[in-house]
Design a protein around this ligand. Structure first.
Ligand code: G3H
Ligand code: 13P
Ligand code: ZN
Length: 333
């Protein structure tokens, strides 16, 4: 058993309280490898932004749980080395799907876990979430839960259809589970294809898809029911079209990839939404940079020569999100 406190990490409690009061959101960036982690820490340290390092079940299987935990510990030291005196870094399990997985992460130094029982019937979601909360809170680890279903793939759970979170359920759910934050469904979804072309209109000038707006009315209803309660948005990549274009121009094939417009995320960040999850955009930045090198320099085979540019591109992306979308820069001086 190792406590996250020994690793220099923090939980989300204070971070979220300040973010809700301050009208900004904390970035939750997924990572699976060293270059992503370096880019996240460089961007957070440079902007003095609190940050949530997210590890999915898939990432844990891919990278090895022990290695990931030491990488997070190393991230704290690296942040200090970069001149960030008091780094505020959370290590968070993304989409935990069982009590055992959440417990194992708590026991291995995570400071926050998500139990995603949103695909279960309501009462079962409550029971499982409460079980995780009861365990995690003994160690001062914060817990994110989810109510409502996002369309698309949630790790190994795939949902054909989304249904928005029902505002009439949130008080009962938050009270009975004791969760610290709540992920809601208001029209975001995972991946680089958040909407089908038939759900969108098309910009006649550019030919690009224009997605339908998020259900801000549902968000506002939820905020009224739970004033000041930390709300989380998953599936919040904006799928930058410049990356899609670079990928497609260098041998890739991502037709009609579409995300959540950044103005809408900026709007959400001003509300009780205090954690915004971004994974796909980093994947796109990385893939665009690597494809470009592979295409333009077919003789290149030193991984640093393509992973280096990929890391730089991800850092640029993370800084942009922090400063221009979430507004969390300077909030962890
Ligand atoms: O919500 C899902 C995250 O983007 C993680 O994706 O399960 O492929 O690691 P993954
Ligand atoms: P994106 O696929 O939109 O990046 O969402 C990531 C996410 O919600 C991770 O939990
Ligand atoms: Zn998610």
């Amino acid at each position: 058993m190792v406590s996250y406190k020994e690793l220099g990490l923090v939980n989300t409690r204070e971070m979220f309280k300040k973010a809700v009061a301050g009208g900004y959101a904390i970035p939750a960036f997924n990572f699976n490898n060293m270059e992503q982690l370096q880019a996240i820490i460089q961007a957070s340290a440079e902007t003095k932004s609190p940050v949530i390092l997210q590890v999915s079940k898939g990432a844990r299987n891919y990278a090895n749980q022990t290695l990931l935990r030491y990488m997070a510990e190393g991230a704290v030291e690296y942040a200090k080395e970069l001149g960030w005196e008091h780094p505020q870094i959370v290590l968070h399990l993304d989409h935990g799907d069982s009590f055992e997985l959440c417990k194992s992460c708590v026991d291995m130094g995570f400071s926050s876990v998500m139990i995603d029982a949103s695909s279960l019937p309501y009462e079962e979601n409550i029971a499982l979430t409460k079980k995780v909360v009861d365990y995690a809170h003994q160690y001062d680890v914060t817990v994110e839960a989810e109510l409502g279903v996002l369309a698309g793939v949630e790790d190994e759970v795939s949902a054909e259809e989304s249904h928005y979170t029902r505002p009439e359920e949130v008080i009962d759910f938050a009270t009975r589970t004791g969760c610290d934050s709540l992920a809601i469904s208001i029209g975001t979804s995972h991946g680089a294809y958040k909407f089908k072309p038939e759900q969108c209109t098309r910009d006649p000038k550019t030919g690009r898809l224009v997605p339908p707006p998020l259900a801000f009315n549902v968000l506002h209803e939820i905020e009224k029911k739970l004033p000041g309660f930390p709300i989380v948005l998953h599936g919040s990549s904006s799928v930058p079209q410049e990356y899609v274009d670079i990928i497609n121009a260098h041998g890739g094939k991502l037709p009609d990839a579409v995300g959540i417009p950044e103005e809408q995320l900026r709007e959400a960040a001003k509300s009780a939404v205090c954690k915004i999850n971004i994974d796909s955009d980093s994947r796109l930045a990385m893939t665009a940079a690597i494809r470009k090198v592979f295409d333009e320099k077919p003789g290149e085979f030193d991984p640093r020569k393509y992973l280096g540019p990929a890391r730089d591109e991800m850092k640029k992306l993370y800084m942009h999100k922090i400063v221009n979308v979430l507004g969390s820069d300077g909030k962890a001086e």
